[in-house]
Design a protein around this ligand. Structure first.
Ligand SMILES: Cc1cc2nc3c(=O)[nH]c(=O)nc-3n(C[C@H](O)[C@H](O)[C@H](O)COP(=O)(O)O)c2cc1C
Length: 330
């Protein structure tokens, strides 16, 4: 378990790369694959604190962290400090040393989340932000972090104020996605906003939004002075992005994987998913596998074929059937 300043210094000493929490994508199998490629910190998708409160079985499944992945961050969403603290306590009890930290979702713009006052709605209330962080932090040993957005809308960009409230409550680090809630995922992430948070707080700041490779990663670091980077969509079907960015930051060599390696990584990803979720994991895996080929010539045809795979054997057969893929220029 880590707590206190020293482990935070260790974690942030080398510009850590985080895999962004992505509901429906960042399950344990995929997180393991990202770790294989140098991702420093993996995080679960958002988990409902209320779901824990009511003993929801699906919610419990979301907190699974494997031996290979451990330790990892679990992300919680909710808005009632006591319920969140109770969930945090239970998660820590269940996971023990597998839990690296807890992260509180203060950025989700989805109406089914904001409609209950959760996710990005917390950014409307700095005092509640501080209370939630403090209440959770008082009940667990692991560090508590928050993930916020630029603000609610363009003329309500209060990320720095919310970050300061979270810091006052005891947050160990702050991740900032440089888009407003209104923007959802459109437009571009605002790097100035991340820089303004970095200027305001003394805890580490993780920059997030539109990092899709070495150039955007270096730019984010240069323009915001942030302490770590979080990568979401840029890692889909592209888990080696962590290797690519580490190489760019530390000046080491990097070789983009060729087609055969891509296929073998996709197969590894599929095998691990089925190992954790059973054969029915193949259905939800299709969208992931498709990302490994997105943008390549013939991607539509590949997607069509992928939609038909219902078992690991079918999926593996399809992936190994590279005959018509050889012509693709990687
Ligand atoms: C499909 C999808 C699901 C997401 N789920 C979550 C989530 O559960 N918790 C969260 O804090 N952010 C979630 N996000 C936001 C990402 O963590 C990240 O902040 C955002 O995608 C911007 O980073 P990127 O440009 O690197 O993708 C999700 C994003 C996507 C695309």
């Amino acid at each position: 378990m880590i707590s206190g300043e020293e482990p935070m210094n260790q974690l942030f000493g080398q510009t850590p790369l985080f895999l962004a929490p992505m509901a429906g994508f960042t399950d344990c199998a995929y997180r393991e694959i990202c770790k294989d490629f140098g991702c420093d910190v993996t995080e679960s998708e958002m988990v409902s604190a209320k779901g824990f409160h009511f003993g929801n079985e699906k919610t419990r499944e979301l907190i699974f962290i494997s031996e290979r992945e451990k330790p990892a961050v679990i992300q919680l969403f909710g808005h009632e400090p006591e319920i969140m603290a109770e969930a945090a306590e239970k998660i820590e009890e269940d996971l023990g040393g597998r839990l690296l930290a807890l992260d509180i979702n203060m950025g989700c713009p989805a109406p089914k989340i904001t409609g209950n006052g959760d996710g990005s709605m917390l950014m409307k209330d700095p005092r509640l932000v501080e209370t939630i962080v403090r209440t959770v932090r008082d009940r667990v040993f692991v560090p508590v972090a928050v993930k916020i957005r630029k603000g609610i809308c363009e003329n309500q960009d209060n990320a720095a104020e919310i970050a300061a409230a979270a810091e006052a409550g005891g947050a160990s680090w702050i991740t900032v996605h440089g888009r407003t809630v209104d923007q959802m995922y459109s437009g571009k992430a605002d790097l100035n906003c991340i820089a303004s948070v970095k200027n305001r707080v003394s805890v580490p700041v993780v920059g997030n939004g539109d990092v899709t490779g070495a150039d955007s990663a270096v730019r984010m670091l240069r323009e915001t002075d942030c302490d770590g980077l979080m990568i979401g969509r840029g890692a889909l079907g592209n888990p080696w992005i962590f290797q690519e960015i580490h190489a760019a930051i530390h000046g080491t060599a990097y070789q983009k994987p060729g087609l055969e390696e891509r296929i073998s990584i996709a197969i590894r990803h599929a095998e691990r998913t089925v190992a954790y979720k059973g054969e029915h994991g193949v259905i939800e895996l299709r969208k992931h596998i498709f990302y490994y080929f997105k943008g390549l010539p013939g991607a539509t045809e590949i997607r069509r074929k992928l939609q038909k795979a219902t078992t690991l054997q079918e999926l593996r057969f399809f992936l190994l059937d590279t005959g018509n893929l050889h012509e693709y220029n990687m």
